[in-house]
Ligand binder design. Structure first.
Ligand code: MGD
Ligand code: MGD
Ligand code: SF4
Ligand code: MO
Length: 725
């Protein structure tokens, strides 16, 4: 019988749904969605219901520090006390700092979001290192950079449900965002028109009034053609554009290069479809737009996003009811951006300027940019070559880079080339296998964290339900312990991580909001009042104070300031690589490489699939459930995936997920070097010239080669996955 219900926030993915934790005494009975939560309004998914408890009680969980005793990756460890581990790490970091300087120590976190990202960033800054690797080069980075340049990249949040037309580009919320998915369905039943641009016929595409099966990597031409139609037919919101936008004439000129018939040849979308889609998006109000992953991590990702953001501005769908919103700040709330940018937590400019990648990608790495982080592939290169300077140690927390960075062999080589690798995790991932020190981390139900609501302005709390298992600590606590020990060793140079406990950090996050943790614990969140058309009070965050169709900041850095189409580099692949590989298709059961040893998740999906059009499969003599090698034109090792035949992809496209590994499989990669598609895709170059994203990590040219059944049977040894379903 449930005796207590605790309102909290799910932290198993970036959607951050409001949750209810139902307890019987001190036992967790179940987790469900919180209907009164303003952001998610009851939406919830199978991960949120199962993963928190399964992670806490995972039999594979490691809850004490360990030090490596064998060769890297040999799996031989010695249990250490925290004091021993911290002492040894401080000693190693000290040697490296004395020999190469603090910049030779880098941090890696999944995002700069949450307390986790801030803890790793500020720990590095305390040592005097500006080098931090996060995953946003593959994830939202291009879109966010574009928004900083043009002045607006707001998302609709729950306004989606009120929109009359919704354009979704490269996003599949039925798998990736349960709140957006719920809102879109609500809008549809209220009569909204849904327009979807995606090479795959996703669930969303099936719901759409128009599905545009764009040729991968060509979205910029499509957006420019839509801009051309809207401007030449005078369908734009003239009042908004004249008052609030700059560069309209220049944009009109650029878009003239992409009349629908030209764009049709580039994108494989008939001209008539392009025209009708543009008309529909411009003629119904309010309109909302969702830009997703599908346009990130491309060679032209930032300018593709600028082009679509221009469509939002042209139609005046800016911070109005039912359209894309300005970010509504909760006054006084100190989120990750605050810790990233606030002077008190920054390093002297001379040190910040040393960030790896800053010279090549100033709009990604330097101060004033979206995330102020290093350029990941350049750091991996610096580890191997010492160019531009040596990087000899890494502290990796909350990210499984061997499974999730492209070009897995390169990542493994770089990690193996380090003098010291410290990995904080809850389980022995393929990344942790290569560590010198393993530090045990708490899981969701053992952490208290604070965030801004994702879909509705509010502060929302993830409550700590249980004490940490064993000796596990939160990221903030690990950073505090490391800081204290490094301080004893005289290694802390900058006082940018001043807290004595995780609770003290959380109190600091709230200090200026006039709220306390206790205020939030009762309901699990605190809403704020907000209005629309904020730009009338604040203007846009650009030098002109307006939305810039031709961002002046780009001009000042020597870039072409107007969006343009660039032929994807993989189009030049040798002709035997005649298929376009899409990676990163989400599965409801997994968050990237996580939950791979949770039985609830493995029951939902147990094999790494590749979706192939039936006629392509017939041409290649591939049958359903055959195992196939995926070989990209980038000359990297191949990945082994299982054929799923479906006409949800066109004949020249194949699509797969990412991040597969089987914890029960032997070897340090636990199968990731076979099944994780990251083994086969490149981490660049080429890069997006503005944000440094790898051009061919998500999509590239490939071919499929049927695998020998007997070979596959041998390779699957140890994996609890069947040869056939
Ligand atoms: N269940 C689950 N949910 C997740 C995650 C997870 O791992 N599991 N991860 C979370 C994270 S970190 C992220 S970043 C988000 C990502 O989530 P979203 O931004 O919603 O993106 P995806 O769902 O990956 O969908 C990307 C779509 O882009 C399409 N696409 C590929 N190439 C192109 C192209 O060239 N042009 C266009 N127009 N489309 C293209 C693909 O077919 C795919 O349908 O999901 C989050 N939610
Ligand atoms: N080829 C290809 N590669 C991709 C992508 C793609 O589409 N295609 N997508 C990219 C994207 S969008 C992203 S975001 C990255 C994801 O890359 P990662 O962030 O590396 O992915 P995860 O597997 O979610 O997280 C890995 C580890 O983080 C730790 N961790 C995660 N959450 C928690 C937590 O709540 N508490 C604690 N204590 N630890 C935690 C665990 O140790 C876990 O094993 O991958 C990117 N890689
Ligand atoms: S979508 Fe699922 S995993 Fe993500 S926050 Fe919501 S319930 Fe949690
Ligand atoms: Mo992501």
């Amino acid at each position: 019988m449930v005796t207590r219900t605790i309102p909290s926030t799910c932290t198993e993915c970036t959607v951050q749904c409001g949750s209810l934790i139902h307890m019987e005494g001190d036992q967790l009975v179940k987790i469900s969605g919180n209907r009164s939560h303003p952001s998610s309004r009851g939406a919830f998914c199978v991960k949120g219901m199962n993963a928190p408890l399964a992670s806490r009680t995972n039999p594979n969980r490691i809850t004490y520090p360990m030090g490596r005793i064998g060769e890297r990756g040999q799996g031989k460890w010695r249990r250490l006390s925290w004091a021993e581990a911290l002492d040894q790490i401080a000693e190693r970091f000290g040697e490296i700092k004395v020999k190469h300087g603090a910049t030779a120590i880098a941090g890696a976190a999944a995002t700069f979001n949450y307390s986790r990202g801030t803890a790793v960033r500020l720990l590095m800054r305390s040592l005097g290192s500006p080098n931090l690797l996060i995953n946003q080069d593959m994830c939202h980075g291009a879109r966010a950079t574009a928004a900083l340049l043009s002045g607006f990249g707001g998302v609709p949040g729950n306004e989606l449900s009120k929109a009359q037309v919704i354009l979704v580009v490269g996003k599949s919320p039925s798998e990736s965002d349960i709140v957006e998915w719920t809102n879109i369905r609500a809008a549809k039943s209220n009569g909204a028109r849904l327009l979807v641009i995606d090479p795959r016929r996703t669930h969303l595409a099936r719901l759409a009034d128009r599905w545009l099966a764009v040729k991968p990597g060509t979205d910029a031409a499509l957006a420019l053609a839509m801009i051309h139609v809207i401007l030449s037919e005078n369908l734009h919101d003239r009042k908004f554009v004249e008052t609030w936008c700059t560069g309209t004439d220049e944009l009109r000129e650029r878009a003239r290069n992409y009349p629908p018939d030209v764009a049709a040849r580039i994108t494989a979308i008939p001209a008539e479809e392009i025209i009708e889609t543009a008309r529909l998006f411009a003629s119904r109000r309010p309109g909302a737009m969702l830009l997703g992953h599908g346009i990130d991590a491309q060679e032209n990702g930032v300018m593709t996003a600028v082009a679509f953001q221009s469509l939002i501005a042209l139609t005046g769908n800016v911070d109005r009811q039912g359209s894309n919103r300005f970010v509504k700040q909760v006054p006084g709330f100190r989120g990750h951006n605050y810790f990233c940018n606030e002077r008190r937590f920054r390093l002297p400019a001379a040190i910040e300027d040393k960030i790896i990648g800053g010279a090549q990608f100033p709009l990604w790495c330097s101060s004033g940019t979206y995330a102020q982080v290093s350029h990941n592939p350049s750091v991996l290169n610096a580890i191997r070559t010492g160019d531009p300077y040596p990087v000899r140690a890494m502290y990796v927390s909350g990210t499984n880079v061997v499974c999730t960075y492209p070009d897995q062999q390169n990542t493994i080589q770089a990690l193996n080339a380090l003098d010291t690798l410290v990995v904080a995790s809850d389980v022995m991932t393929p990344t942790a296998e290569l560590a010198d020190f393993f530090l045990p981390k708490t899981t969701a139900l053992e952490e208290e964290d604070l965030f801004m609501g994702r879909s509705e302005p509010c502060i929302t709390i993830a409550q700590q339900i249980f004490p940490p298992q064993g000796e596990a600590k939160t990221d903030v606590e690990i950073a505090i312990s490391l800081r204290d020990k490094l301080m004893e060793h005289g290694l802390i140079e900058f006082d940018v991580f001043p807290w004595a406990s995780h609770r003290e950090f959380n109190d600091y996050v709230l200090e200026d909001t006039k709220l306390t943790i206790d205020d939030l614990r009762e309901a699990g969140f605190r809403s704020i009042d907000y209005g629309y058309e904020d730009y009338k009070k604040t203007g846009f965050r650009t030098p002109s104070g307006k939305f810039e169709f031709n961002p002046s900041k780009l001009k000042s850095y020597g870039y072409d300031p107007l969006p343009d189409y660039k032929i994807p580099s993989f189009s030049a692949a040798a002709k035997e690589f005649d298929l376009v590989l899409l990676t990163g298709v989400r599965s409801m059961a997994y968050h990237h490489s996580r939950f791979r040893d949770h039985s609830w998740a493995r029951r939902i999906k147990n094999v790494p699939e590749i979706t192939i059009n039936p006629s392509t499969a017939a041409r290649l003599k591939i049958s359903k459930d055959d195992w196939v090698w995926v070989e990209t034109h980038n000359h990297l090792p191949r990945a082994l995936l299982k054929a799923k035949l479906s006409d949800t992809v066109t004949e020249n496209v194949v699509a797969t997920g990412m991040g597969w590994w089987y914890p029960e499989m032997p070897g340090s990669s636990h199968g990731a070097s076979l099944f994780s598609v990251g083994i086969a895709v490149s981490y660049g170059p080429p890069f997006d010239p503005i944000c440094g994203s790898p051009a061919e990590a998500r999509n590239t040219a490939c071919r499929l080669v049927p695998a020998d059944r007997a070979d596959v049977a041998a390779m699957l040894e140890g994996a609890e996955l069947p040869l056939t379903d």
